[in-house]
Ligand binder design. Sequence first.
Ligand SMILES: [Zn+2]
Length: 403
Amino acid sequence: MVDHRRLGRELELFHADPLSGAGLPIWLPAGAAARHSVEEYVRELERRAGYQHVYSPPLGKRELFELSGHLGYFADDMFPVLRLSADDEFVLRPALCPHHALVYRARGRSYRELPLRIAELGGMYRSERSGVLGGLSRVRAISLNDAHNFCAVGQVGAEVAEILDLIQVAHAALGVRPAGFRLSLRGPGEKYLGDDEMWQHAENLLRDALSGLPYVEAAGEAAFYGPKIDIQILDGAGRESTISTIQLDFDKPARFDLSYTDSSGGRSRPVMVHRSLVGSMERLFAYLIEVHSGAFPAWYAPVQVQVLPVGPEQLDAAEAFRRDCVRAGLRAELVGDGSLGARVRGAAQRRVPYAAVLGAREVSSGQVALRLRDGRAVEPMAAPDALRMIAGIVAAHSVELLP
Ligand SMILES: [Zn+2]
């Protein structure tokens, strides 16, 4: 079993520094390049599915989080309130929902706008105890792929089904190993908002959305404001965990007095669906690093092509090929020093999907010889064809290295 902390260090993906603080890792250039590709992919997937993206601050007025219920029900997981003066207090937000409720009510809404899907990859904070922190799997500063879909009650079933489809598309592209669905319900205790009728209604809607799919029920795993569907995945050691969730919430629309004008001209209350396709970037990458042993699909590999001239005579041709790769949108670098064998091994050790070797024979015929990180060798092919093939695999977000 690989540990993402060790691989994160070896592959220079992220850095934990005591001066930065426990649970506050720094993404290094290689990790940032991979994360950037994943963020772009998810944003585009959402845009095509009708989501509208917003930016909201990771800090908000204390009153906002009193209204949302977070300070009443979730304060143990939050950082202490920041006090500028007696009537000016701020909170590092533990969730994005309160800001997105403000987006919804920034103006009047009509039933024609629903479902209204507000998305953001936003920062939030949790005051985890330092003893449980390590690497990327548990952190104090979280970058969440989040959205809140405001819909009419009658739209919830179709909306949840559509979200489940999107999650499965994203998981396939990322190379996530699926492990079924879990319906997370209330447990005993007082830590839940809202009345029984509301919970019953929300649970029934989620059961309907899951009908026909294999799922298990888990008491005590719900959010404090509503039941949720957890999309379970398997890690490298075969253990189950959760990165993607869909939660139903009748409570926040009431607290924020959200409404829309319905088709008969009256005022109706929307339902809020909280959903994350891939979870937080930190948890996601802790998982992806381990499940792929650092060998990400080419589309989000930090370096996608390493160009290796056999000798100094091939340096110019190699540099020209590297530039062509970069112009085609690929992340490519040239490594010229050391024996060819050592460089091919070095590229594979750094999990670079493609090493493009240029010897005298390849240069004279305008070709490159591709070596894959898994040891496979491809027959020399015309340089533009090789480039087109790699760019095609990257653009298709394929998990395979060859078509
Ligand atoms: Zn939310």
